[in-house]
Design a protein around this ligand. Structure first.
Ligand code: PMP
Length: 396
């Protein structure tokens, strides 16, 4: 089989998964009306599949800041931070992230994906080890592959399995990086950070926490899992993205270790790519201010999360273990998931469809992302539709 035929085979397998010819992936959004509504085809839909957790995508403060940056600094930096792309806004945002987390320094990357790639591949290399949760995001897996370190996975959120693997490593734990996430993107569950910190200290490892989905969502000021657990000082490196609660694009890493700065000189995903545009940095900076002050937004977000989780739970869906802005209905097979996904769209609700191998344990997921801008009426409507669809599944 030549290279092109191999791609044909993969395409055929993908099409076979969508037997009714449903275009469930890469659905084009024709027009966006607000943080909760858009047009798909000729339908005005309720957006329940975005990572816009605080609903800030149309915040006037962010739009105004982005306009101002466009006018003042142009559309793009046209170069990397190392060459010609390090602007005042990048440095200001680095300082603002460091201050936000009470850390000595921060680095801004072009995407959240690159923040993980750059941080991981800068910290570990050949001869080192990464110990990662089996449900880790692709950016963590790819960062580990890029680094050349040995990759060891532990069972999702299972600290007993994690310790078994640490014991086996013997002296090598000192050159081991443990990587976890604040909220996991498939089932919306949180890492058991306190137990993991104990193990990290017991075995003298280094700990990296990706707060991509927990930034803005957890904690009094929205720092994430580190804040609700009070463990800011115990985590060595925190990464995250601007593309979710901050409604921009870019990523960051903060730390109290002075060695953080050295990543700028060794991380290819930092060095060999253009820096974020002035407008994306400006809107992220404005959003970070709103996020820090966003106690009321978080309150509303959590009301929505608990309300929808309760609806789906009562309707008999199998869900992740706790309410969260990510609420995933776990289904046994892709056909069931497809049917629900399509029926939701027919009822003007857009959610994410996640099929194997992207979903864990061979399951299929209907993943809803709740945000602070959803109204109680919208959440009630979604809950009612899900209840009706559950009846359909049972009958078939
Ligand atoms: N980390 C996690 C846990 C993520 O879910 C994502 C994106 N879904 C990223 C990193 C990458 O962020 P970005 O999309 O901003 O590149």
């Amino acid at each position: 089989m030549n290279l092109l035929e191999k791609l044909d085979a993969v395409a055929a397998a993908r099409i076979a998964m969508l037997p009714e010819g449903i275009g469930a992936f890469g659905v084009p959004i024709e027009e966006v009306y607000s943080a909760t509504e858009a047009r798909i085809g000729d339908r005005r839909v309720l957006l329940l599949g975005t990572n816009n957790y605080l609903g800030l995508s149309f915040a006037p403060e962010c739009i105004e800041a982005a306009h101002h940056a466009l006018d003042a600094e142009g559309t793009g930096t046209t170069g990397s931070r190392m060459a010609n792309g390090s602007y005042q806004g990048h440095r200001a945002l680095e300082q603002e992230f460091a201050d936000f987390y009470g850390c000595s320094a921060g680095i801004v990357f072009t995407t959240g994906y690159q923040a993980n790639l750059g941080t991981i591949s800068g910290l570990v290399g050949h001869g080192d080890t990464v110990l990662i949760d089996s449900d880790s995001h692709a950016s963590i897996y790819d960062g580990c592959i890029l680094s050349g370190a040995e990759i060891i996975r532990f069972k999702h959120n299972d600290t007993v399995d994690m310790e078994k693997r640490l014991r086996r490593l013997g002296d090598r734990t000192e050159s081991t990086l443990i990587i976890i996430e604040g909220i996991y993107s498939m089932l919306g569950d949180q890492a058991p950070l306190a137990e993991i910190v104990n193990l990290k200290n017991k075995y003298s490892c280094t700990l990296l926490l990706d707060e991509a989905h927990s930034l803005g969502v957890l904690g009094e000021t929205g720092q994430g899992l580190v804040e609700i657990t009070g463990l800011q000082k115990e985590v060595d490196f925190i990464t995250g993205t601007f593309s979710k609660s901050l409604c921009s694009i870019g990523g960051f890493c903060v730390s109290n270790h002075s060695q953080l700065d050295q990543l700028r000189y060794v991380s290819h995903p930092y060095i060999f790519t253009a820096s974020p545009s002035p407008a994306t940095i400006a809107s992220a900076r404005a959003a970070l201010v709103l996020l820090r002050e966003g106690k009321d937004l978080r309150k509303k977000l959590w009301q929505n999360c608990t309300q929808l989780y309760a609806y789906l739970n009562e309707a008999g869906y199998k869900l992740g273990p706790e309410p969260s802005p990510i609420i995933a209905a776990v289904l046994d097979n892709p056909k069931q998931a497809l049917r629900i996904w399509q029926s939701l769209l027919e009822n003007n609700i857009y959610v994410n469809l996640i099929l194997p191998p992207a979903a864990p344990d061979g399951k299929s997921l209907i993943r809803c992302s709740v945000n602070a801008a959803h109204t109680t009426e919208q959440i009630t409507y979604v809950g009612d539709i899900f209840s009706k669809l559950q009846d359909q599944i049972i009958e078939k």
